[in-house]
Design a protein around this ligand. Structure first.
Ligand code: CAA
Length: 381
């Protein structure tokens, strides 16, 4: 496997790094404190081509590969993991689903503005009673003439408040189990669509997470993605790519934690010398750096397989599992290295620690990633 970045990938990484460090990082702490959505940064991300990175230029996208996307999400998340997840969800969970399963009208009417960043996307799968067991959803879509009427509640929807278009899964045939689930694209303005309450969260506080209600929500027939009954597989395939994005988000948090901790350890003097001289601290850096490198390789491997159109479901799960656990580990170690200072809002590491935890939970918990990997192992040997 060759993981040397191409000149184009290095240029994209540099552009993302400059934007993230010069603009996004500046107000990240304040947005975290006030739970303010980074609308101005999302707009700029659209202008930079970061919102539809892998979408074909035919539909307004940048037509880039998954490695480039991973590089961008990592850089954004180093500055602000909330901005990273907004980018990841729009790209992986919404644009991917619409490009691969939407008809021409869906691609032109919905995918194009999402890919250019004029509009924002959200993904509605989970429900109050259906999280890890995704197919146990109860939201239903009933065909009445030229429209589906959707009824139900979705929760944990990233960008739920601020999005314009929503990829929504619902049963068109409840008795058929997961084979009766279908997927739709729904506009915020459709009759019967409403945004419910916004969650109060431990981390990624400037990315909004909301409940979405559907009460006889009228959705045109042509907004169905794929065929009736294909929705569960569409959601699963879409999540495979999403998990690469969340792994990249976790990697960004881990990398930021390491860099902050090294900077602090070189400055902080105890027992007459900077604490970076002590092996107790150096060993922490060794473990952080080693895990970060390993996470990066797993992520690149999953991205490369996706770009080569080879199976990547288990590889994406491994990347997300390892990178998210690395983010939690590295950010916790960073707080430890900062000592009492790390526990204060004066430094960014406490935010990294709070932000890291969600990467072990959303787009499939670590337990679900292990389940996906475990099943794959049994099929492989
Ligand atoms: N790609 C394509 N098809 C897949 C698939 C994949 N990755 N995974 C499963 N399928 C197919 C199976 O092949 C099977 O179809 P067939 O019977 O035709 O072969 C069908 O789907 C059912 O599969 P399973 O029997 O494996 O289904 P399961 O009920 O055991 O569940 C699961 C599998 C992996 C646990 C799945 O439910 C899952 O991933 N759960 C986690 C859900 C999740 O990640 N939620 C995140 C919410 S989104 C989010 O966080 C949003 C946000 O805003 C950030």
């Amino acid at each position: 496997m060759d993981f040397m970045l191409t000149e184009e990938q290095k240029m994209i990484q540099q552009t993302a790094r400059e934007f993230a460090q010069n603009e996004v990082a500046k107000d990240a702490a304040e947005r975290d404190r006030t739970e303010t959505f980074a609308a101005h940064h999302v707009k700029k991300m659209g202008e930079l081509g970061f919102m539809g990175m892998m979408v074909s230029p035919e539909y307004g996208g940048a037509g880039l590969d998954t490695i480039s996307y991973v590089l961008v999400v990592e850089e954004l998340s180093k500055a602000d993991a909330s901005v990273g997840v907004v980018c990841s969800v729009n790209n992986s969970l919404v644009c991917y689903g619409l490009e691969h399963y939407g008809n021409e009208k869906v691609r032109n009417n919905y995918l194009r503005p999402l890919a250019t960043g004029e509009k924002l996307g959200a993904f509605c799968l989970s429900e109050p009673g259906s999280g890890s067991d995704a197919s146990s959803m109860t939201t239903q879509a009933t065909l009445k003439g030229e429209h589906y009427l959707i009824n139900g509640t979705k929760n944990w929807v990233t960008s739920g408040m601020n999005a314009d278009y929503y990829l929504v899964t619902a049963h068109t045939d409840l008795a058929a189990g997961y084979r009766g689930i279908s997927a739709f694209v729904v506009e915020k303005g459709f009759p019967g669509f409403s945004v419910g309450h916004k969650e109060k969260k431990l981390g990624i506080r400037s990315s909004d997470t909301a409940t979405i209600n559907f009460e006889d929500c009228k959705v045109p027939k042509e907004n169905l993605l794929g065929a009736e009954g294909e929705g569960f597989k569409i959601a699963m395939k879409t999540l495979d790519g999403g998990r690469i994005g969340i792994a990249a988000q976790a990697l960004g948090i881990a990398q930021a934690s390491l860099e902050a901790a090294v900077g602090y350890a070189k400055e902080r003097v105890q027992f007459g010398k900077s604490i970076s001289n002590f092996q107790a601290i150096q060993f922490k850096f060794a473990d952080m750096e080693t895990r970060i490198n390993a996470a990066r390789l797993l992520i690149y491997q999953a991205a490369m397989l996706k770009d080569r159109k080879q199976p990547y479901s288990a590889e994406a799960a491994k990347a997300k599992l390892f990178a998210s656990e690395t983010a939690v580990f590295a950010s916790t170690e960073a707080v430890q290295i900062f000592g009492g200072a790390g526990y204060l809002k004066d430094y960014p590491v406490e935010r990294y620690m709070r932000d890291s935890k969600i990467t072990e939970i959303y787009e499939g918990t670590s337990e679900i990633q292990r389940l996906v990997i475990g099943r794959n192992v049994l099929q492989s040997y």
